[in-house]
Design a protein around this ligand. Structure first.
Ligand code: ZN
Ligand code: ZN
Length: 358
């Protein structure tokens, strides 16, 4: 664990007057320790750097963790976490956003008579994860570049006449072949009126010519996710559909220009929303402008009507306005960007001018 990361956690604990934090969410455990197995807990504090897993991960945890971590093997991780606490009054934060009701009850019983005060402290690690360091941004960029290459291979070879499901599956295979651990979410391939559903599930239906196809896909690589959407044409379009594409592109680029450290997610969302509203599509853009991406494909901060947090340098967010015309077509254009003090840097590489594929 880097000294900077540990110091950041300790500063957050000090702010909340916590002596230690019990971390049970596996993504947070991985961010703190590098461990990517399926069962672990961490106790971190001024005087604690404890990692607990079960016997299956004895060797893997020894390889993945820095020696500064005190590694413990146990069958019941929560019990071990509490048993190892010092016999003194202390305030222990726990992750109320992830602990199950049953686990919380168990934790309460384990603490029992001891002078341990349990404090709901969910979101501490997530808030730190939202601000990426250089190395993390490079990992996200690598995932995005890999996903772009898979798109070129599959979509560039032509999609007309193939089923949506087949194209989606091919995208998955192409990403895996290039080294992805998996997809960051099941790819969306949605042609014509099916594209009007923002979260369309690919169908066993051939993709027709002369329409729009929304393709939303991402790779998981070295613990980080990517997320990108392109909408392509499969031939000459109705001018109405071309105009929709143009509106989304203008809105997307205007919103990108608004991305920098300082404004709230709501303010950036409003830039794209105003353009889409003015074009008469207010009711056709029903989702937020974007979301944070990191170890998880959906994390903080949120860019949308309810995004009150200020965007900060080091945030990695999507900018993905869309227009969905029921019964007709959908268009979404999504870039993945790292926020800098003065602006942004796009991590994916595919162009956005309307592209026609066969
Ligand atoms: Zn997406
Ligand atoms: Zn997205």
């Amino acid at each position: 664990m880097s000294a900077a990361r540990r110091a950041a956690v300790l500063a957050r604990l000090a702010e909340r007057e916590l002596d230690a934090l019990l971390v049970t969410n596996l993504v947070n455990v991985r961010w703190l320790t590098g461990f990517d197995g399926s069962n672990a807990a961490v106790v971190i504090g001024e005087h604690a750097l404890r990692f607990i897993t079960d016997f299956r991960y004895l060797t893997q945890s020894a390889e993945q963790l820095d020696p500064e971590w005190e590694r413990e093997i146990a069958t019941d991780l929560l019990k071990r976490a509490v048993d190892g606490l010092p016999a003194a009054p202390l305030k222990l934060g726990f992750d109320d956003a992830h602990l199950t009701v049953r686990q919380h009850e168990q934790l309460r019983k384990l603490v029992g008579e001891r002078e341990v005060q349990l404090v709901a402290a969910g979101g501490i690690v997530e808030a730190l994860r939202a601000v990426k360091d250089e190395a993390e941004i490079e990992l996200i960029r690598a995932a995005a570049v890999l996903a772009d290459a898979a798109f070129e291979e599959v979509v560039g070879a032509g999609i007309v006449g193939r089923t949506e499901r087949d194209v989606a599956l091919d995208l998955e295979i192409a990403m895996r072949r290039r080294g992805a651990a998996g997809v960051s979410f099941a790819p969306i391939v949605a042609a014509a009126e099916h594209g009007a559903r923002p979260h369309a599930v690919p169908r066993d239906v051939p993709i027709p010519p002369d329409t729009l196809v929304v393709i939303d896909w991402g790779a998981q690589l070295d613990g980080y996710a990517s997320d990108c959407t392109r909408t392509v044409a499969t031939g000459p379009l109705d001018p109405r559909d071309e105009a929709v594409y143009e509106t989304v592109l203008v809105a997307q680029e205007a919103a990108l220009e608004a991305v920098r450290a300082g404004p709230t997610g709501r303010e950036i969302d409003a830039v794209a929303r105003a353009i889409i509203d003015d074009a008469g599509h207010a009711e056709h853009f029903g989702h937020g402008l974007g979301h944070g991406v990191g170890m998880e494909v959906h994390e903080g901060p949120r860019l949308g009507k309810t995004g009150e947090d200020q965007i900060a340098a080091g945030n990695v967010v999507t900018v993905e306005p869309g227009i969905y015309v029921p019964g007709a077509i959908g268009v979404r254009i999504e870039d993945l960007v790292a926020v800098t003090d003065g602006g942004y840097e796009v991590l994916n590489t595919l162009p956005k001018a309307l592209r026609t594929v066969g």
